[in-house]
Design a binder for this molecule. Structure first.
Ligand code: ADP
Length: 268
């Protein structure tokens, strides 16, 4: 609790008494701590690739590398780390835009099956390289009122994770059904599941995976090009659509993300 004393005066300047203010600052403190922790995390995340770029560039500049192959591999690292910085900054800006609600959602009817198909088109080369079978079992008649670009971002993040964290020969599938809330038709919701037969997430990590920069295995996330921000962006976007997200997983068996979204946004 924060305590403050404010003297009170009449219009003519006569002293009237003292006002005592007690304010609960727990929430403000919590937000402050979160913000400074985020800044610390961001700095740390940015410093790692910058250190790599500088280190390898310095070695090349000093002329210490003689054979062409090593030189090329150092240049490749510099290029990849530059790429990583780009993705990190992109995700950080995206997250702060979403959080500050600077970009309002633009709702339109979206055909879910088609949206998933268009993402699969992009992801097919990556999936084929790992012989991962991808399938889309979403019924054609499912339309939901959503911001199409944002919804695409949600599924792109979940599907690319599903492919990244699944070993050769695995499977990734998307299913959807209408859930009967038993109430008016306007309250109808759709439940979508994105499941993989991948490495799974340990039980102790499950409650934390939607946190910014949280990764189960940092090395694996880095090597697959992850920023650790994907799922927190997903969670924010689902919240903005008045939806819910949940996850079930078993190590060595696979992971399923469930998303529930309203079919209409009742904009009246
Ligand atoms: P990243 O960029 O590291 O993938 P995300 O925020 O998208 O970050 O995910 C956070 C962490 O959750 C990942 O680092 C990974 O450990 C875990 N994760 C996410 N999706 C899956 C999945 N489908 N299977 C296994 N682990 C996953």
């Amino acid at each position: 609790l924060q305590f403050e004393r404010v003297p009170m005066f009449e219009d003519d300047g006569k002293y009237r008494g003292m006002l005592f203010l007690l304010q609960d600052v727990t929430e403000i403190r919590r937000l402050e701590t979160m913000r400074s922790q985020f800044v610390a995390n961001v700095s740390h995340e940015l410093k790692t690739p910058i250190a790599a770029v500088k280190g390898f560039a310095e070695t090349l500049l000093s002329g210490g590398v003689e054979d062409k192959e090593t030189e090329r591999s150092f240049l490749q690292i510099i290029y990849d780390e530059g790429d990583r910085l780009n993705r990190l900054i992109g995700d950080i800006l995206e997250l702060s835009k979403i959080e500050s609600k600077l970009v309002p959602l633009e709702y339109s009817p979206v055909q879910l099956k088609e949206l998933i198909d268009s993402l699969y088109e992009v992801l097919l080369p990556v999936a084929s390289r790992k012989s991962i079978m991808i399938s889309n079992n979403v019924p054609e008649h499912l339309f939901i009122e959503a911001d199409e670009d944002r919804l695409r971002q949600v599924f792109m993040n979940l599907l690319s994770n599903a492919i990244s964290y699944t070993l050769e020969g695995g499977r990734v599938k998307v299913e959807a059904e209408i859930v009967d809330s038993g109430e008016e038709q306007e309250d109808e919701r759709v439940r979508i599941s994105i499941s993989d037969t991948g490495i799974g997430i340990p039980k102790k990590d499950l409650p934390r995976i939607f946190e910014r920069f949280y990764r189960v295995d940092k090395a694996r996330s880095r090597s697959s090009g992850g920023t650790g921000l994907g799922l927190s962006i997903v969670k924010h976007l689902v919240d903005l659509h008045h939806g819910m997200i949940a996850v079930e997983s078993r190590v060595g068996e696979g992971t399923t993300f469930f998303i529930e979204l309203p079919i209409t946004q009742n904009l009246a």
